[in-house]
Design a protein. Structure first.
Lengths: 123, 179
């Protein structure tokens, strides 16, 4: 009689306990106190830190978008217009530049930015 | 870095001095605009960590205009920091009588936001109750922030000639009595 179920329960043996924990301790190496050396405390702190890092990575993108928009508003205000007007004009003229590029133009190439805006206004 | 690039850098990051006439302006709306200039948000190079804010000189703080009934409804809170009754609540008109620049200062203090930069930003705000600004401040000023509202001209500020030449639909007859 061939048993098919029980072999399916067999899993590869886990690595040694030391090496399993080492992964966590690598991440908690710079912590203070027992959170550095005690696995039970370290794993809690590391998981929380990783979840914060996830939030931070998502937040960073929003922050950059906000900064570019703020810079663009300032750039537009220098030429007496506003960001919605500029974006509408860009869209109508089929100019596919994103916020980052436009903000970089406003900083590093103010003349290009101005010409871009005035051309759009004429069209 | 060539001398041209260095000069460009100086010109970009130089602190500019702006002047703002607060006469007949809403201090709470004006403070948002002033805070923008103090923080440097009117420049495309703005970054919250780069110190790119400007100086703002505000004149005629005595002649601010609070909206509606706010002179006798808006209350300013102050606490001495000591326990047991260090708190006082002052009405706007009372505060304005004691210190004509205080309402503007409080408004901007609130508008610049509660960050660690607040103290430095407030130090670059120069408030004056009237149009007398000391000469060593005024000589830095190179730019003017436009007023949020147009100052209406009062009838007594028009000259005789302007009133006479103003286009009219009809003239009152000589024997017309205006009660």
């Amino acid at each position: 009689m061939v048993f098919l179920t029980s072999p399916a329960w067999i899993r590869a043996a886990k690595p040694d306990k030391f090496w399993r924990r080492r992964r966590t301790f690598r991440l908690s190496a710079h912590y203070f106190g027992r959170a550095r050396n005690c696995y039970k405390t370290a794993i809690i702190r590391v998981e929380k830190a990783l979840s914060y890092a996830l939030v931070g990575r998502q937040q960073k993108k929003k922050d950059m978008v906000q900064l570019w928009e703020q810079r663009l508003e300032a750039g537009c205000a220098e030429h007496g217009t506003s960001l919605p007007v500029l974006r509408q004009g860009l869209m109508r003229c089929n100019v596919l530049l994103n916020r980052k590029t436009l903000a970089d133009l406003a900083i590093w190439e103010p003349r290009t930015f101005k010409v871009r805006g005035s051309q759009l206004a004429m069209e | 870095m060539s001398s041209m690039q260095r000069a460009k850098q100086w010109a970009t990051f130089a602190r500019i001095w702006h002047i703002y006439d607060a006469k007949w302006q809403n201090p709470f709306d004006s403070s948002k605009t002033i805070a923008k200039y103090l923080k440097g948000q009117h420049k495309p190079i703005y970054h919250p960590l780069s110190d790119c804010g400007d100086h703002v000189v505000v004149i005629n703080c005595r002649d601010i205009a609070l909206p509606g009934p706010e002179w006798y409804q808006r209350v300013f809170f102050h606490h001495t920091g000591y326990p047991k009754g260090g708190a006082t609540w002052t009405l706007a008109w009372e505060l304005h009588e004691k210190n004509p620049t205080k309402i503007m200062e409080r408004a901007v203090h609130r508008a610049v936001g509660g960050t660690l930069l607040r103290k430095g930003l407030m130090a670059r705000l120069h408030l004056f109750p009237d149009e007398h600004v000391s000469e060593d401040l005024l000589r830095h000023v190179t730019s003017q922030i436009p007023q949020l509202r147009v100052q209406p001209r009062r009838l007594d500020s028009y000259s005789e000639e302007e009133v006479r030449d103003f286009p009219k639909v009809f003239d009152y007859p000589a024997d017309h009595v205006i009660r």
